[in-house]
Design a protein around this ligand. Structure first.
Ligand code: ZN
Length: 207
């Protein structure tokens, strides 16, 4: 069976099991539309699926995934702002009440920031350009006596994305009025631990 056949096979299991069990939920979501209370920004990494890690139900989470779960700063100049468009729709269209930036261990995007993407195709690297978002944080870590720059940057990248979220005027306003809360989280993969950023101490705490 090919990898794609396995995928379609998975759909058939879903359709005859989870879909049937949640039919009423899907019917309600289809007729009333989605109103997820939470937006999660996570990495494209296949090991860090937010629906799996948080055991969510359909309609609960508006998800955005990209390389290293990064948020760029608010900017309206040229370019195709896919991340900003998703954030705009989540906050202003769906009026989510929480945004979670979920980073993770062994992140290839963070590794690319430290070492370059080095994919060997010789052309322009979109990854190198994208992870430039965390370059100041990376330079600071590399200039420090960090024992584990990869881990330190994985955590700092979450702090950078939260800071960048606050540069969007509609997010800053909603956070100030208490309509929106921002959260940082980190998934350990190997140990299965979830760490949540304490905004008082700016440190991650295992749950
Ligand atoms: Zn990653």
């Amino acid at each position: 069976m090919s990898e794609f056949d396995q995928l379609v096979d998975g759909y058939r299991r879903f359709k005859s099991d989870a879909y049937v069990r949640q039919k009423a939920r899907y019917d309600e979501l289809a007729s009333d539309g989605q109103a997820p209370p939470i937006m999660i920004i996570s990495c494209s990494d296949s090991r860090v699926d937010p629906a799996t890690v948080f055991d969510t139900t359909p309609g609960q989470v508006f998800a955005l995934r990209n390389v290293a779960s990064l948020v760029p700063p608010y900017e309206i100049g040229g370019g195709l702002h896919g991340v900003s468009a998703a954030i705009e729709f989540g906050v202003m269209g769906l009026e989510v009440r929480h945004i979670v930036v979920l980073g993770h261990a062994q992140c290839g995007g963070i590794k690319a920031s430290l070492e370059g993407a080095n994919l060997g195709h010789g052309g322009h690297s979109f990854i190198d350009g994208w992870v430039d978002i965390v370059r100041p944080a990376r330079d600071k870590i590399l200039a420090s006596a960090s024992d584990d720059p990869q881990h330190d940057l994985e955590l700092d990248a979450i702090r950078v994305s939260l800071k960048n979220l606050r540069t969007f005027p509609f997010i800053a306003e909603r956070e100030q009025s208490g309509q929106l809360k921002l959260h940082g989280a980190y998934f350990g993969i190997a140990d299965g631990h979830l760490h949540i950023l304490n905004d008082q101490t700016d440190e991650f705490e295992v749950q």
